[in-house]
Write a protein that binds this ligand. Structure first.
Ligand code: BMA
Length: 797
């Protein structure tokens, strides 16, 4: 028996309270059978009592629901009360709640990110019992607090800083405003006779020494020990003793030949089956089973000519972080299934992503998320859930609650090798310096005591196995400076700068940069009728949450392509612009390895169907950027770049030494080959190799470059657009294709760009949105359903 329940076997040591509950609101408007875990908003839509919030302008109908309080109630049976302890365990409640059993007050919940546990034996009786959970309005209470304590800087809904609830649920520049209410995680009564384990973990103290530790809760006055098994082999039995935050066990053993855990692309992500068994004398009374990977992690911060490095080092190896930022995958979290997590994370891994940043305006993710990242070797930069605001840590209760939340989540998640960093918040320190976040307490910015004192202390106490970083961005002379630490690069896009602007950037680690695009056309069809497909129309503007988001989309389309044909062209061209933009940044920063040591683009996923910075839309349909990601994050990246009067040919290698053949071609858009070269290359491990520099006699202004590296059985491709499509009109590339068996071969007579295959059914293809050189037909696995092939030419006027 252990906590949380997600690890419980279906046994008789609990009374499960999940399932159907009666739900009513305080206004007497709704009365329905709700589902737990769940949310009232999710139920209301599922039961068709409210329309789907993601269609048309329906989102706005959900705003008034925020004002309501809700009551959940359920009868349940208790067969016998013969155990010593009966704890009501609520793994998560959204958010402010009062709990009653058989009419008696049990306790209060005030943080959606904390699991609650209340002893309830005295309140239970054998036979029928009733539990009642009153959930208070998630807007009225914070608004009252705001009136009492003062308005802080927090963008659109400033009251959100007074409630420990996912901050994006009050609306974000990519997210709907749906402030949910509900019992969003498991709820049950745990029956026990004795103590139990919590937060057992194992980590490397140094590369050869494994440390094991964990808490033992509810101890009696007895002699407890904890036996630890690794892959079924016992490695030791350790005494339980009083520690500063409760009883605990601690021990060490030699790693010996236990394999290490590496991020994807750097070795195997080996996981070991750890079993922690709590004994009272000879009797086993509790156990935790966890799959744990062993690795060391630090950030190399060393002075150099450009300032100070910021390089993740795992097991002594430098890592170039290739990734994206992760937001909650739904506005109604109760709609997410394990499969949604698996699919998105598999997609990320297939696209060669080795790091995701769990952004601070969302949630500490579902256990399944981290388990899958452990398995796939995707490292996680984990923010604490504080974003784009000042937070009232001047209030003692708030500071205490924030600390409790941090400690709870660190203890819960610390066994995951994938998490390589705890980070205090998203952009708050940047705000202190550059966005007039000027409220202070005892001279300190509001929130900063948490990020600079409390959180690092909690992390050091509970989890010495990974570094802590105060904020994202942070480091250097200013939080968002480029000479040290991480940086969010938003001059491009948000400040209306076009994407060539990335080329001047010298960030040491780019933890955010992004460019918006439309979702997949089928996703647009989900929320908009034909008559609503107008980029500045009400429905489209509602589905682009950034102020002047649509304006930027159109500006950059006009910049690059001139006038637009129709709405389909906007969808397509916005995706091409986005993909080319992010590629421009990544190509540039990867070439700077390790002066820049990571690129996390904003953002991998979406929380509803929307125009946003994501590479995969709400329905997990890949955008052009997704397929580009696969190529620009591959272990080998060939590049051809224009330095003004010379072309430069480069290969970036993140893996072992490779020998291969590099081919380069330059074509005009009208189909004239300007250059053809090839090189035998030997690319040292973990390197950036300058292959060639040369002058081209003819103008390259109307051309496109293709680079192709053949290494063993693998081919790594890249292209570089030198032409300006507004000046040089694309000509019809005359695309032809042939399907034989499982292979699709696509040919073009002239350079074809942005070749897009659309399929009848949703399919993730081996490749898509690629460029084709007339000399090199493209071969991919054939789609399974009917398909059509387009290229950029079809979408331009
Ligand atoms: C960053 C993020 C988010 C935001 C994104 C796009 O600042 O941290 O707050 O959604 O940019 O504007």
């Amino acid at each position: 028996m252990s906590y949380p329940k997600t690890q419980l076997n279906e046994d008789d040591n609990m009374i499960d309270l999940c399932g159907k509950w009666k739900v009513t609101d305080d206004g007497g408007e709704f009365k329905f059978e709700g589902t737990v875990p769940g949310t009232v908003q999710g139920d209301l839509v599922n039961l068709k009592l409210m329309p789907h919030p993601y269609i048309g302008e329906n989102e706005k109908l959900f705003r008034r629901l925020e004002e309501k309080s809700w009551e959940y109630s359920k009868d349940f049976e208790v067969k016998k009360l013969d155990k010593r302890y009966y704890d009501l365990v609520i793994e998560g409640i959204d958010t402010l709640a009062e709990v009653y059993i058989n009419g008696a007050f049990v306790g209060k919940c005030e943080d959606m990110f904390i699991g609650y546990r209340f002893p309830v034996k005295d309140l239970l009786k054998t036979g029928k019992n009733t539990i009642r959970v009153k959930i208070l309005s998630p807007i009225k209470v914070p608004k009252t607090l705001e009136r009492n304590y003062g308005k802080l800087y927090a963008g659109e809904e400033s009251a959100r800083v007074y409630i420990r609830k996912a901050q994006y649920s009050y609306g974000w520049d990519w997210g709907a405003r749906i402030a949910t209410s509900g019992i969003w995680k498991n709820i049950y009564i745990e029956e026990r006779d004795d103590a139990y384990l919590e937060g057992s973990t194992a980590y490397l103290e140094d590369i050869n020494t494994v440390k094991v530790t964990g808490y033992v809760r509810a101890v009696g006055d007895r002699d407890y020990t904890v036996k630890v098994l690794v892959d079924k082999k016992e490695i030791g039995q350790f005494q339980v003793r009083a520690g500063f935050n409760g009883y605990l066990f601690e021990g060490k053993f030699e790693r010996g030949n236990l394999e290490l855990w590496y991020p994807k692309g750097y070795g195997k992500s080996a996981l070991h089956n750890f079993e922690f068994k709590l004994f009272d004398g000879e009797k086993e009374i509790s156990s935790e089973k966890k799959r744990i990977g062993l690795r060391t992690v630090k950030i190399i911060q060393e002075k150099d000519a450009e300032g100070e490095s910021f390089i993740f080092e795992i097991n002594g190896r430098r890592i170039f972080a290739k990734g994206a930022d992760w937001i909650p995958s739904d506005n109604i979290l109760s709609w997410l299934k394990d499969e949604d997590y698996y699919m998105l994370l598999n997609m990320a891994a297939d696209a060669n992503i080795n790091m995701l940043r769990v952004w601070g305006g969302g949630i500490y993710e579902n256990e399944k998320f981290y388990e899958k990242c452990d398995e796939l070797g995707i490292t996680v930069w984990q923010d604490f859930m504080f974003a784009c605001a000042e937070y009232p840590d001047n209030l003692e209760w708030f500071r205490e609650l924030a600390g409790k939340e941090a400690r709870y989540n660190v203890i819960k998640l610390r066994y995951h090798p994938s998490i390589v960093l705890w980070c205090g918040n998203n952009e708050n320190n940047w705000g202190f310096e550059e966005w007039n976040y000027n409220h202070r307490h005892n001279g300190e910015h509001l929130g900063n005591v948490l990020y600079l004192q409390d959180f690092p202390k909690i992390c050091a106490e509970e989890d010495p196995s990974r570094p802590y970083w105060p904020s994202s961005p942070y480091g250097g002379s200013m939080a968002n400076s480029d000479e040290a630490g991480d940086r969010h690069v938003w001059n491009v896009w948000s400040n209306w700068v076009d994407y060539k602007g990335y080329l001047a950037d010298k960030s040491r680690f780019v933890s955010e940069f992004g460019f918006q695009s439309a979702p997949d056309p089928k996703t647009v069809d989900f929320f908009a009728k034909k008559s609503e497909k107008e980029i500045f129309g009400d429905v489209m503007v509602r589905h682009n949450k950034q102020v002047e988001g649509p304006e930027r989309i159109m500006k950059f389309i006009h910049n690059h392509f001139g006038s637009v044909k129709n709405f389909d062209s906007i969808i397509y061209l916005s995706q091409i612009n986005q993909a080319e933009a992010i590629k421009t940044g990544v190509d540039h920063w990867r070439e700077r390895k390790y002066r820049t040591a990571g690129t996390l683009y904003w953002q991998l996923n979406d929380s509803w169907p929307v125009f946003s910075w994501s590479s995969v839309d709400y329905f997990k349909r890949p955008k052009g950027l997704y397929y580009y990601t696969k190529r620009f994050y591959a272990e080998l990246l060939p590049l051809v770049k224009n330095d003004g009067d010379e072309l430069r040919v480069i290969v970036v290698n993140d893996s072992e030494m490779v020998e291969g053949r590099l081919e380069l071609e330059l074509w005009t858009l009208s189909g004239k080959k300007l250059v053809e070269k090839s090189y035998d290359v030997r690319i040292p491990s973990d390197s950036v190799l300058n292959v060639d520099n040369f002058k081209v006699s003819e103008s390259i202004e109307e051309s496109i470059g293709f680079v192709r590296l053949k290494a063993g059985s693998k081919v790594f491709e890249n292209h570089e657009v030198f032409a300006n499509f507004r000046r040089t009109k694309l000509e019809d590339p005359h695309i032809a294709f042939e399907k034989s068996g499982n292979t699709l071969t696509i040919k073009a007579e002239k350079p074809a760009l942005g070749v897009r295959i659309t399929t009848e059914r949703d399919e993730i293809l081996e490749d898509n949105f690629f460029a084709i050189s007339p000399d090199h037909p493209k071969q991919i696995k054939a789609p399974k359903s009917d398909f059509k092939i387009f290229s950029m030419y079809d979408f331009l006027k």
